[in-house]
Design a protein. Sequence first.
Length: 105
Amino acid sequence: MRLLIWAFWSVVFLLLFWVALKNADPVTLRLTSGSEITAPLIIVLLVTFASGLILGMLAAAARLFRQGREIKRLKQLVSLNKVPSVGENGRTLASSDDNSSLPPY
């Protein structure tokens, strides 16, 4: 199985390398300030792809951190045997228990 995985990734690498060699022609990027940048097409494509990947990861990071805090809060509630009531929309309903010692979220 490992040999099959190595073969697959080797083929992917060779295909990407072949595309890179075929797209080595220089291209000119004209920026808004009137300046120009000349670089090989494959470099422009790789920088664009990496920028999109980084921006996508940053966009997802906020949600992941918020979910992590919610999981931590719910684990604290379960450990104290104070499981909150949950409404139809998934939000925690106000209860008459005094949860002032617990973090809000």
